[in-house]
Design a protein around this ligand. Structure first.
Ligand code: TYM
Length: 333
């Protein structure tokens, strides 16, 4: 099944975010900004992937807090529960069930090549769970359960998306046409926001770099300071060249992600780094401040209620697709 018409007549999009750490500018420019924009002309399904968060050890209760925090952030960013389905992965049991089936159509070799697994397992001084290794099979299940046409993500998810497509194609060829094979959608600017202090690394929730990471909840003064101190280079020329000038190009990318312009075009407006940093900080603040204001007005109980309603809507799609997969394999009804 390379595509399918959705009951709404609009293409379906699905995407997920982990309820760990604080949401940062990379999550926003790489994913959430697109999630918000795509709601109008797509049938949008957005998932807080709490089961994925368990691939690294957690304290009891930590995931509940993270789930509510991320739900409030998504609502503040503009995800509208009337127009989209917003829910928590563990509330829809079919994710775990299909996750197992997806492991059966994903090879050890494919999972071993995942750069995110290599990075995270090398960085972890603690316990490396087998779930961290098989994580992309659960991600494939998340996507395939909703007959998803398009998956809006940042660039770091490209490899996982390829694996989801391969798993769908393999399942379909083994058991007959069952799953829609999804496409990814990666934004032109902001798909890979880098750390402001270490522009060779992506901005990340799991790497401890407070000065290099712009949190969506950071104070405006702190954000200005972080941009002022952002690492650039010594040649003094403002040019968009991610290889040779990673720090400057990252600033241009962030500015472009906030304004909708082209990074290489924006570079022509600057001859010095100072004004580029100041304008980038101002553009980021103009995006972040209204989100912070909206977030302050949402409480935990409202967010929880929205998530429960979202799970009911999600099940309406996920249950029949799961049934289709069971029937295709021929598990005893
Ligand atoms: P997660 O929670 O790490 O990130 C959520 C989204 O933010 C994007 N992102 C970035 N974009 C640009 N620059 C950055 N520095 C940056 N850091 C993160 C990610 O690309 C992502 O779109 N495996 C996924 C969650 C997931 C999922 C799914 C996504 C589970 N199932 C099904 C799509 C479809 C993850 O850990 O995202």
């Amino acid at each position: 099944m390379s595509s399918t018409a959705q009951p709404s007549g609009r293409p379906r999009i699905f995407s997920g975010i982990q309820p760990t750490g604080s949401t940062h500018l990379g999550n926003y420019l790489g994913a959430l900004k697109n999630w918000e924009a795509l709601q109008d002309d797509h049938d949008a399904v957005y998932c807080i992937v709490d089961l994925h968060a368990l691939t690294l050890p957690k304290e009891p209760g930590e995931v509940t807090r993270g789930t509510l925090d991320i739900a409030k952030m998504l609502l503040a960013v503009g995800i509208d529960p009337e127009r989209s389905t917003l829910f928590v992965q563990s509330h829809v049991r079919e994710h775990a069930e299909l996750g197992w089936l997806m492991q059966t159509v994903t090879s050890f070799g494919e999972l071993s090549r995942m750069t995110q697994f290599k990075d995270k397992s090398e960085r972890s001084s603690k316990f490396v769970s087998s779930a961290l290794f098989s994580y992309p099979a659960l991600q494939a299940a998340d996507i395939l359960l909703y007959d998803t046409n398009v998956v809006p993500v940042g660039d770091d998810q490209r490899q996982h998306l390829e694996l989801s497509r391969d798993a769908a194609i393999r399942f379909n060829s083994r058991y007959g046409d069952t799953f829609v094979v999804p496409e990814h959608r990666i934004p032109a600017a902001g798909a890979r926001v880098m750390d402001l202090q270490h522009p060779e690394n992506k901005m990340s929730k799991s790497i401890d770099s407070p000065q290099g990471t712009i949190g969506m909840l950071d104070e405006p003064k702190a954000i200005e300071k972080k941009f002022k101190r952002a690492v650039t280079d010594n040649d003094g020329e403002v040019r968009y060249d991610r290889e040779a000038k990673p720090g400057v190009s990252n600033l241009l990318d962030i500015l472009a992600g906030c304004t909708g312009e082209e990074p290489a075009e924006l570079a022509k407006n600057y001859s010095q780094y100072g004004p580029l940093k100041a304008d980038t900080a101002a553009a980021v603040l103009s995006v972040i401040e209204p989100i912070q204001q909206r977030l302050a007005e949402i409480d935990d109980a409202d967010a929880a209620e929205i998530l429960h309603r979202g799970a009911d809507k999600a099940r309406e799609v996920a249950v029949p697709v799961m049934e289709r997969a069971r029937n295709a394999i021929g598990l005893l009804p």
